[in-house]
Design a binder for this molecule. Sequence first.
Ligand SMILES: *[C@@H]1O[C@H](CO)[C@@H](O)[C@H](O)[C@H]1NC(C)=O
Ligand SMILES: *[C@@H]1O[C@H](CO)[C@@H](O)[C@H](O)[C@H]1NC(C)=O
Length: 548
Amino acid sequence: MKIFLFSYTILVSYLYIPAVSGYLNLYLSLPEVQRLLGLHAELFYIRKGVINNYALNFVVPIPSNIDSLCFTWESLTPGQPVHYSIQVDSSNLAALPTPKLNISDAGVISNTVQTFQISLPCTGLVEAEVDIKIKMNIMLTPENVTTLTFRRKKICLELEKSTAYVSVDSLPPYSNSVNILYIAICCAILFIFILVIVVTLYHVKGNKTRRSTENGSGPTTTTTTFLAALPRNSVNVSSYGSLKRMPSYSLIEERSKDLQDKITELSIQRCRVRLSSIIMEGTFGKIYQGSYTTEEGTEETTIVKTVMDHASDVQISLLLKEGMSLYALNHKNILSISRVSVEEHMAPFLLYPYKNYTNLKLFLQKCKVSSEGVHHTLTTQELVDMALQIIQAMQYLHKKHLLHKDLATRNCVIDDKLNILVADNALSRDLFPSDYHCLGDNENRPVKWLAIESLLHKSFSPSSDVWSFGVLLWELTTLAQQPYIEIDPFEMAAYLKDGYRLAQPINCPDELFAVMAYCWAMSAEERPTFTQLNVCLQEFYAQLTRYV
Ligand SMILES: *[C@@H]1O[C@H](CO)[C@@H](O)[C@H](O)[C@H]1NC(C)=O
Ligand SMILES: *[C@@H]1O[C@H](CO)[C@@H](O)[C@H](O)[C@H]1NC(C)=O
């Protein structure tokens, strides 16, 4: 219970910056939200003088077929006139001339509910994504001014091309069309918007009960776990062409050969393996760098996963089972087991090819520690490229009807050239004990990476891997901080059910956060597939590199 109060404090302090803007409502009305976002809701920017900065911060995309925006406002201080001035700018006058208002640029906010319109007609001469900036100054007194800035991204098409837009649905999934990115991002942002709306609703509902906590910390206290609320079934993705559902297929958990056969197939003699140095060590598990001498006499460098002599039978069989989970896979972004040595009265050796790999989690943490420039500083571009490599590994895995079930930075390795390989999770429980928790059932699970349904019902699907990928993306952008650090593992399920999620990391681009948040949709069908994530992040990557 304590944890929840704390959570609410963060929520409240993040969203509700004290009013300086007079007693005022400013919102998008029901029909306007319906028209722009296809949702049945109102979206408040200012409610009774309280500004919702979270909503203000998002750039709302305006599809090409919508050429006006409506805002609704109402001053709630009859005795005291609230003056305003509005300025609207277009970043590309050739595509979209300066937008027009149907109220005057400056005046007094009406004491009755008033809707005004900003028209955004494209010229049809140029195809462009136009940034629209709407700056509203709201003045209680001439010297007391609050400035609100709304950002919108309007898609303008060349007139004769405008029909192409409608047929996005029929484009092949890997098409480089900007439209697909746009729609994907649009959906992602839409999704964020729903968070905002629900957060707003939360506020309204719980306003009174939460008053007592509002005096807490200021807006800067939002640390790692910012909370957003997710509705269960409200994202209407089907109307946004590019997001088709993955066909449901039955997953073949164990491939046809059983574990014993696989081990026999990879078996080698112990005398061919030489251990040289320890890479990582837990309470019973160890990872060595070593070498393997082939029958032809050539030496190969390898990683050796093994356990110490005091390891229990359960630990040994788990090592073998998990170590074989990526058996016989052949993909440049997957670290597949290459050999096994099992000899009587000796701990098994699991061999993997080695090319100067570092554990991704440790690599990221090192980037953080030495931000003074000793170590490599990662750019957004590099992070997106890393994410893409993981996506490709996961696409391959899912194509083979395999689930990972423990996707996280600790289960990936990286080399000097920032090539990433997804590895199995053998020994991770022992080597990263703080990433796993027992919830009273003797099973040590990566609670904070698990999708809600995996946590509650131990049910896994491609979509639950997508959820974990979202957490992994968050790890990438925070340089491997611990997710939900202040949440008790026992509270995780309730916390997620209440709609809370990880916060947007500092310096994490909105586009990337939108992708993460989208991976954490309550209902598995609403999450993107790795194929969709691939398309979306490829386009984002292309955008990042376009101007370099
Ligand atoms: C500005 O507005 C706030 C709150 O409405 C008020 O407390 C403050 O005195 C005002 N400041 C000035 C300079 O008028
Ligand atoms: C501006 O236009 C909108 C949409 O046509 C309309 O609903 C609204 O009443 C107009 N506002 C004013 C002040 O004329």
